[in-house]
Design a protein around this ligand. Sequence first.
Ligand code: ATP
Ligand code: MG
Length: 564
Amino acid sequence: MRLSKYFVPTLKEVPNDAVVTSHILMLRSGMIRMLSAGIYSFLPLGYRVVRKVSEIIREEMDAIGGQEFHLPALNPREIWEETNRVEAFGDTLFHIKNRDYVLAPTHEEIMTFHARNVVKSYKDMPQIWYQIQTKFRNEPRPRSGVIRGREFLMKDAYSFDVSREALDKSYELHDKAYRNIFDRCGLKYFVVGASSGAMGGSGSEEFMVKSSAGEDTVAYCESCGYAANVEVATSVVKSIERDKQNKAVYEISTPKVKSIDELCEFLKIEEEVCAKSRVYIHNGSAVLILMQGNDEVNESKLEKVLGGNVRSAHPEELLEITGADAGSIGPIGFKDRIISDLKLKDRNNLFSGANKNDYHIGGIDFIRDVKNNEYADLRIVQSGEGCLNCDKNLEVFSAIELGHIFKLGTKYSESMGAKFIDEKGEEHPIIMGSYGIGVERVMACFIEQNNDDKGIVWNKTLAPFDVHLIALNLKNDLVSNTSENIYSELKSNNLEVLFDDRDAAAGFKFNDADLLGMPIQIVIGEKKLKETKCEVKIRKTGERFDVELSELNDKIKELLDSIV
Ligand code: ATP
Ligand code: MG
């Protein structure tokens, strides 16, 4: 492709309101343009990558027996009513005004609709149906480019099976296919099981990449691969031993002391000996939660322990329940239920609020003084804590979900009446799985992981072109003729070549080549040509060397094979 004729509007400056690296680089390299918040147009260079990612996904889905569909994005609303998902999606679902249509945010309903009509017997299964198709979601915060679009491409697949065991097989096939897809794309990813940790038996897995642009927070152990969303993540609890000398309870005047840090400063104590209080309301009753020092309450874990939703008590409620404001609340004299984090189990000589403004209590012994205390793992896991599997350090970071595989079971087949007849003539709901990958998100995540201060660093698999051929001064006949010859020769060798044949300064061309990030650059200039040579640069390493023109073809093939 000749850059003089190819529409690649590169930008020198960082565009306004782009903050995420991949977003900035995709705009700067002329791969995408924004139409409206969360809605992007792919320009020719960017669309080449979308096609490459899609092709890899297709190959791997076909390899596990997947059959490609193309379903309508415009769906009658009544089908979505069958599963109650008009309500479940709420504001995320786009509705067509004055018509009973919605724009599909995913396609479980539509695939189940087709299955209901054609998959009637156990003989009709297993089936794996997939598509690569546009989805619509009214995402509330579309600020990270194509990572979170309101319109985006998803590969969505659905499996239909006769039994749980058969579903396990379909699920395994997808798990393998997903690993192949992300490996082939060259992504560094990890897998979060929905049931990572204590629960066992996985019904869903999320394929994630570490990224500051991510909206999920995960705890990850580099050493054994343990990974879990912080909502459920656990870690080794290093609880402190009881003091040998047990003090009696005593009250301390602590004027204006509200936070744990202020308390530690005022009393010259360590935060480990403080029991921080939080009051929650669950089913209309108060529950006092005690955490060590500045440890934060993980509300998802708390909801699991209590069974149901919780909310923090309002300031007026706090005063009514405890007689004090936040910052002066504690277990001594607290009338309702008390649950403490495991780190505080059976501890003594602790400090906490006195349920009286501007007072704290010291010498608290949880065994002696807080008889109704219950214990549970309630902490938000933090970086540096020990992994439960291997005791190496956990790391907590933001991450993006690339893909998701999920054992649906009979959720959709039951609500939509998709049934089959088994060998004995009995009727059962079809057992389903669903499996999604965000195509543009894969591309953006690759860029998140592969860039430098000059631009994108593509690998051979996803690069829009293999080679970026730069002719330095086309007015010079030798340069012009030689680069034309090289361009044709490389192409006839089945290489994808982007040829910078623009009438522009060398520095401008070099900057664009680094920004666009093809794995190999070939520079044709008069000086080297006089020695029958040209310069080759590896984008990833920045390595440059001269290559004899007669050896160029072979050398480029060899280099590309070595670039992963
Ligand atoms: P997220 O938690 O990031 O919103 P999700 O759980 O809503 O993702 P799924 O419904 O499981 O995502 O969709 C399958 C895949 O589609 C995701 O793994 C992701 O790669 C992609 N995806 C989801 N929402 C978007 C979006 N708004 N823009 C781009 N890709 C998306
Ligand atoms: Mg979502």
